[in-house]
Ligand binder design. Structure first.
Ligand code: SAH
Length: 391
């Protein structure tokens, strides 16, 4: 077995259980590993640290799979995936959930979403990509699924020297499926939808709008498949208007409104939310509830400030559109803007919009995407509801 020996001084992070070993944390490598090989990692004094996979193409030289001297074989992956499923079951997830959330489930760079009997997965590093067969076998054994699909058309794979690809890992099936969530139905386009086709991370937060939308005129921006908006109609909103920049998303959202019988309440249109929020707040339009769920405005530390400016802009405009005593429902899905910075940004937006806000709900992502303390990038979603009053 190849040995990777860490520097004398290492980040406390590794000793505390973080699975990433960066290039500059390694003192020496004994043996000549090939990209993707399993290696043993030792502290400077040759005490065993863990076992993981190696890729010199990536800044993260080793991602640890275990802290034990155990074999990384088919049974290892089966047990990890089964454990991940048992955890979700304990939390009450039945049909849909993120079955594996990478590092949080001790399977670095592996994402598996379960849409009832269908499974969509991403292997985002070379190390994990080699075990695709084991992973597929485990899903087949545990779930006897109707279909498995690979959505590896993700640019981060290029950093690992991997090709972008998507396709069936089971017998072909109709990739336009319908899932149930909170008593509603949604079309999911596994093949061409964003990411794995559907954002499960907000599934619990969507229920949180239940009481504030009754009888309300609702504006939703960044709606994608229209999930929050259709929930609003379901919970008794009077009218719901949703905007997304993507024509495909809007078509899907309108289809979902019809699927649930809310086509007379919900209407979706393709527009740029930045323009709409700006123009309509200037025109003095008013809504009882405004919901914002934008994409990650940044993917790197270098552009955090730009992201913050974006969050402030849409939330400021959004608040201006809200009737006195109405509600803002707002999210941020990048771990680079931490909860404190997000709340601070919303506070700044309220101040500039001349509004007083009262916190109703402040959540992270749903618990099928576990936040592991010490793994800061697992804590990524902020979901906030505030009551908004004129100053
Ligand atoms: N609320 C959705 C997820 C939204 S994802 C859900 O619960 O599933 C973010 C969405 O923002 C994407 O659909 C993307 O097309 C859209 N988007 C990105 N930039 C936009 C812009 N400037 N204006 C409107 N929509 C935008």
């Amino acid at each position: 077995m190849i040995k990777v020996v860490l520097n004398r001084k290492i980040a406390q992070r590794i000793a505390n259980g973080h699975p990433w070993i960066y290039n500059n944390e390694v003192d020496k490598i004994i043996g000549e590993p090939n990209p993707g090989d399993i290696v043993d990692v030792f502290y400077y004094d040759y005490k065993f640290c863990g076992r993981g996979y190696y890729n010199p193409k990536s800044q993260i030289l080793v991602r640890l799979l275990t802290r034990k001297k155990e074999d990384i074989n088919e049974l290892f992956f089966y047990n990890k995936i089964l454990q991940a499923w048992q955890y979700r079951q304990k939390l009450g997830y039945v049909e849909n959930c993120r079955l594996v959330f990478g590092e949080a489930d001790e399977l670095p760079a592996l994402i598996i979403d379960k849409f009832n009997d269908y499974f969509v997965f991403q292997t985002l590093s070379l190390g994990i990509d080699q075990y695709k067969n084991f992973i597929v076998n485990a899903i087949e054994k545990i779930f006897n699924p109707k279909g498995i699909y690979e959505r590896n058309d993700v640019p981060v794979r290029e950093l690992e020297g991997l090709p972008l690809q998507k396709g069936f890992l089971s017998n072909p099936f109709d990739t336009n499926i319908i899932i149930n969530e909170n008593g509603l139905k949604f079309h999911v386009d596994i093949e061409n939808g964003q990411k794995t086709g559907y954002f499960l991370d907000q599934q619990d937060n969507r229920k949180a709008i239940q009481h504030i939308v009754k009888g309300a005129d609702v504006l939703g921006a960044f709606t994608y498949t229209g999930t929050f908006e259709i929930h609003a109609a379901h919970y008794g909103a009077k009218t719901v208007y949703g905007i997304d920049i993507s024509e495909n998303a809007v078509a899907q959202a309108n289809k979902n409104a019809t699927l649930n019988g809310y086509e007379n309440i919900c209407k979706f249109e393709a527009m740029n939310a930045f323009d709409v929020l700006k123009n309509w707040s200037k025109e003095g339009k008013k809504y009882d509830v405004v919901m914002l769920d934008p994409p990650a405005f940044t993917k790197s530390r270098a552009t955090i400030q730009k992201a913050v400016t974006g969050y402030k802009e849409i939330n400021l405009r959004g608040m201006k559109l809200i009737n006195d005593g109405g509600f803002l429902v707002t999210s941020s899905c990048t771990n680079l803007v931490d909860p404190e910075l997000f709340l601070h940004t919303i506070q700044q937006a309220a101040r500039d919009a001349k509004k007083k806000i009262k916190q109703v709900v402040f959540n992270a992502q749903s618990s099928d995407h576990p936040i592991v303390w010490g793994l800061e990038n697992t804590n990524y979603l902020k979901f906030l509801i505030v009551e908004v009053r004129d100053l």
